[in-house]
Write a protein that binds this ligand. Sequence first.
Ligand code: GZL
Length: 326
Amino acid sequence: MRRRTLMTLGAAGLVSALPGCADGDEGKVPEAPKGPIVLGFSQVGSESGWRLANTKSIQSAARNNRIDLKFSNAEGDQAKQIAAIQSYIDARVNVISFAPVVESGWDDVLRRARDAGIPVVLTDRMINTKDESLYVSSIGAEFLSEGNLAALYLGLDFAAAAGPVNVVELLGTPDSTPTKQRSDGFAATIAREGKLRVVDAETGNWTQAGGATAMRKLLRRQKKIDAVFAQNDEMGLGAVAVLKEQGLKPGTQPRIVTVDATRAGLKALADGDLNYVVECSPEIGSQLMSVVVDLYLGGSVPKRIESQKNVFNRDTAKDALPTRTY
Ligand code: GZL
């Protein structure tokens, strides 16, 4: 992304830069943008603590950059996201951004955005398209490696086990990027290690209630469950409640790894109900606004921007909790 030197852009209140003088345009000052940048954003929903923190990050970063944010919440409904994107096209916003609830079904509306000359930035999740020109940048976590890390760390706890170790998976929304790629990353790693094996899976749709229902079904179907890979904290916490109801000791038998690293997840980890939590930070608002300003100024932006990743154990969870922002 282009370096910025200080120059104030009037109404937008943005500090940004004169592009470095390239050959032949010495001294040419770009037309200073008139008025605030307008960003249309469609959010997946309010399904988890991670999502709420993601919304907060985007809204506060827009405020801090004096960007006029048109924000809509689809509550998990793709049709509502498509309608919101269309409304931003009709309103001729400067940039459109969204976190796609599922990967397929976006080409038509994104083609209309592109034909209207409005750049689109994906956040958090990806879309499944053959036409990469439908979005200019994507900002989010590398989900395959989250699955990889979950398997690696869970494997540490079974290093001395004779094997095989029976794992069940609690899955997010079908066809969403994290659901698909966390599973793929987990499977690829356990295939290399050879001791852990996924014997069953159920969708919990990212929610605590969904995770509890899924765990009940799996306990009825599976005689021996040694470990649970919950694809987010909420589903892991739902599983913990059900396991305790049934007289089991989550964190010991079975062992549990989750993803997100929300405050509630780290608290359960510190309490010994979980064993590891993989973090994919939801706080990508400032990265998004930086891309939005660059696009508005006619700059070029990276096609892919990774968000922060981490893995917590019980001790590092205790260290992180006092200053946790989400
Ligand atoms: C991950 C994000 C997922 C979180 C869930 O980047 O898409 O959606 O893991 C959230 O908590 O619902």
